[in-house]
Design a protein around this ligand. Structure first.
Ligand code: DON
Length: 304
């Protein structure tokens, strides 16, 4: 029997003493105000046990972590035909890289880089009646928490400065891989990224991917095959040009966001989230990656 509480406390105490915590994202101006000293870890074990240490009640911007949720919703709506519009290969490039998209004729490498996520957003804009509200309700249902919301200031801040995402969406449109208007799709995408959650809410939301497609409220959202595919994409693409490093050091499927959150999971066993807003050079939370590496090392639990 693991002493999760002691393991998490030791990791927190060790890492919270770090002076070097990376840099808070500032290309979305609204995110630059977040205090770099925030640090929390939450573990949600599928048997119902929950363990929290540090700052796990403060909501943060989930940013790219939302791409997994959007993928899940789009995949559950249109099924396997989704892969005609987006590939499933790691890109080996930063999340906002553009030149591969042109070389590969407007088919993004995977749904977790920005261009791929914009295609997924386009699918949701086409298929949801009230895209933003319906997507938010989907996320609230997964988390079993109706208080989860968009931070409209963060969405507006990214809209005002998201030049690369406008470039990606226009490139997709030029290749015929965007059905809706660029502005409409990006408005949805910026809101999706601007959802806020605390560590516990995020761990609860991702329970469905650890629990074979069934959420904590015993409702089925995804088939086992869909969950297998989504977890595989998280493992191979969830950390962009650091996905190999995350698999090597941590050994779990997971996803990061520039708000400093990371969620990872061990199928049939647990979900775990970390939040520390300081990022490394690849845009992934510095302390979060270290915490997860220590966690899988100490517990000897990973998919490998
Ligand atoms: O599109 C963007 O650039 C942001 N809304 C999300 C990027 C992100 O979180 C990358 N992850 N580490």
């Amino acid at each position: 029997m693991q002493n999760y509480s002691a393991i998490l406390n030791n990791i927190y105490t060790e890492l919270n003493a770090s002076h070097f915590r990376g840099e808070v994202a500032n290309y979305i101006p609204e995110l630059s105000h977040v205090d770099i000293h925030n640090f929390g870890i939450h573990l949600n074990v599928l048997n119902g046990d929950q363990f929290s240490v540090g700052n796990t009640n403060t909501p943060f911007s989930i940013q790219s972590i939302s791409k997994v949720l959007a993928l899940a919703k789009a995949f559950s709506i249109i099924g396997e035909q989704l892969w005609q519009r987006v590939n499933v290969e790691p890109s080996g490039n930063p999340f906002n890289h553009l030149s591969l998209l042109e070389l590969e004729n407007g088919i993004p490498r995977n749904p977790l880089i920005n261009s791929g996520a914009i295609v997924i957003a386009d699918i949701l804009v086409s298929h949801l009646k009230n895209p933003k509200a319906d997507f938010l309700n989907f996320v609230r249902d997964l988390a079993n928490d109706p208080t989860i919301n968009f931070n409209k200031n963060v969405a507006a801040s990214e809209k005002a400065t998201g030049y690369k995402n406008f470039a990606a969406a226009n490139l997709l449109k030029s290749f015929g891989n965007l059905e809706n208007d660029v502005d409409e799709v990006l408005d949805f995408y910026f809101h999706q990224c601007a959802i806020e959650m605390n560590c516990k809410q995020l761990a609860d939301t991702f329970y469905v991917f650890a629990n074979r497609g069934t959420c904590s409220q015993h409702k089925d959202y995804l088939t086992l095959s869909q969950v297998k595919r989504i977890n595989a994409i998280m493992l191979s693409c969830g950390f962009y040009d650091e996905a190999g490093e995350f698999a090597f050091e941590v050994g779990l499927p997971g996803k990061s966001g520039v708000g400093g959150g990371i969620v990872a999971l061990l199928p049939n066993t647990f979900t775990i989230t970390t939040w520390s807003p300081g990022l490394n050079a690849k845009g992934n939370s510095l302390l979060g990656m270290q915490a997860l590496k220590l966690f899988t090392t100490e517990t000897q639990l990973s998919i490998f």
